[in-house]
Design a protein around this ligand. Structure first.
Ligand code: IDP
Ligand code: MG
Length: 138
């Protein structure tokens, strides 16, 4: 079964949206295969957002993701990578479809509540940054 990496960003955790977000995935029928709360270090943040190095928003992005605890998880299900991206909504909450997580809970890109991998390759790369295979359940 396909798997993806999801992280509830510091603003989502601070605002108490963890349960709400997990509920959306669970109701859809996806399985939570791994879950942890962690403080993202500068080193983890740089690896995670490698593709954005050099972009104008990069320093702010690193500051944001390291600003407080994050809830990281591996979710499994049919076509879960694409579907989680749909459930999250567009990067810019103002362009996200109504009913998506970002449209329902966020106002600006700089604090858009949630991360989800955008491809199979990204999912595997990001899972490996945050989890050891032994931490992931079948
Ligand atoms: P994604 O999270 O929807 O995959 P990416 O383009 O991978 O979007 O960007 C990673 C994160 O960087 C976004 O979720 C958002 O928090 C932030 N970001 C992306 N583009 C901008 C921008 O133009 N201004 C400010 N922040 C941005
Ligand atoms: Mg992305």
């Amino acid at each position: 079964m396909e798997r993806t990496f999801v992280a509830i960003k510091p603003d989502g955790v601070k605002r108490g949206l963890v349960g709400e977000i997990l509920t959306r995935f669970e109701k859809r029928g996806y399985k939570i295969a791994a879950l942890k709360v962690l403080n993202v270090t500068e080193e983890i943040a740089q690896k995670h957002y490698e593709e954005h190095i050099g972009k104008p928003f990069y320093p702010g992005l690193i500051e944001y993701i390291t600003s407080g605890p994050v809830v990281a998880m591996v979710i499994k299900g049919e076509n879960v990578i694409e579907e989680v991206r749909r459930i999250m909504g567009a990067t810019d909450p103002n362009k996200a479809a109504i009913g998506t997580i970002r449209a329902d809970y966020a106002q600006v890109m700089q604090r858009n509540v949630i991360h989800g991998s955008d491809s199979k390759a990204s999912a595997e790369r990001e899972i490996a940054i945050y989890f050891d295979e032994s931490e992931i359940c079948e």
